[in-house]
Design a binder for this molecule. Structure first.
Ligand SMILES: C[S@@+](CC[C@H](N)C(=O)[O-])C[C@H]1O[C@@H](n2cnc3c(N)ncnc32)[C@H](O)[C@@H]1O
Length: 224
């Protein structure tokens, strides 16, 4: 709605929508009987961390269609964005740590709080922590069951950092599940075809050719 502001005696039209650099969109998603209220905070700062990406919805659907048992699993999610994947896992009884760059942590925390069941979290409340790939992974333990990531393979300069992070987190026993839009122009197929296989056994678990989204599992090579 247009309002008028006074400046040096002139009445200037002020469109408050024009200058607002932040707005949020609240959506409800349903997977595996869980209703998830997810807020997407669009602002200049958050960038790609703001929306729920299709790859995240595919990963949630993959858990649903394959009846993956997440109860009691120790799970860390990388580049969690809105947190929809990790929050679903926590609602199903997993012990979840959601991570992203520091700027995305407030959005993650607020979505976690908004999705606490009235009876409390079935296992433990999810943790939300900053984790920048290639920098912070050593602060995190290595004893995860699952490492999850949705649409986190899109910046080729981060691929070596992401690989180092995955190697650290998977030293004990973790299985990685990554869901990706396969963007040729961002080198995504190369990450799965060349970079990841340097250290991991990689398996294509699911492909949606219409949306060009693949889901891979990976386990660290050379563990006895
Ligand atoms: C395309 S978004 C995907 C968000 C969410 N996983 C989803 O699918 O809806 C990519 C995410 O990776 C995070 N990210 C990018 N570079 C990163 C880095 N170097 N370390 C940690 N997170 C990073 C971004 O902040 C963002 O949340």
């Amino acid at each position: 709605m247009a309002e008028y502001g006074e400046e040096d005696g002139f009445m200037l039209p002020v469109d408050d929508g024009l200058f607002a650099d932040t707005f949020s969109d609240d959506s409800v998603y349903k997977f595996i009987g869980q209703e998830l209220k997810i807020s997407q905070v669009f602002s200049a700062n958050l960038g790609v961390a703001a929306p729920v990406w299709d790859a995240a919805l595919h990963l949630c659907r993959y858990f649903e269609e394959n009846s993956l048992n997440l109860k009691g699993k120790r799970i860390i999610e990388l580049g969690a964005g809105t947190g929809i994947v990790g929050i679903l896992a926590a609602r199903l009884g997993a012990d979840v740590t959601l991570t992203d760059l520091p700027l995305a942590v407030p959005q993650l925390q607020s979505n976690v709080s908004a999705n606490m069941p009235s009876s409390g979290w079935p296992s433990v409340a999810p943790s939300v922590l900053p984790l920048s790939w290639g920098q912070d992974q050593h602060v995190f333990p290595m004893d995860w069951d699952l490492v999850l990531g949705a649409d986190i393979v899109y910046l080729s300069e981060t691929y070596p950092l992401l690989l180092d992070t995955l190697v650290h987190l998977c030293k004990d026993r973790a299985v990685v599940y990554l869901s990706s839009k396969m963007r040729e122009e961002h080198g995504t197929p190369g990450f799965y075809g060349d970079t990841l296989p340097q250290r991991f056994h990689v398996k294509l678990e699911h492909r949606d050719p219409t949306q060009n989204i693949n889901i891979y599992s990976a386990t660290l090579r050379g563990k006895q």
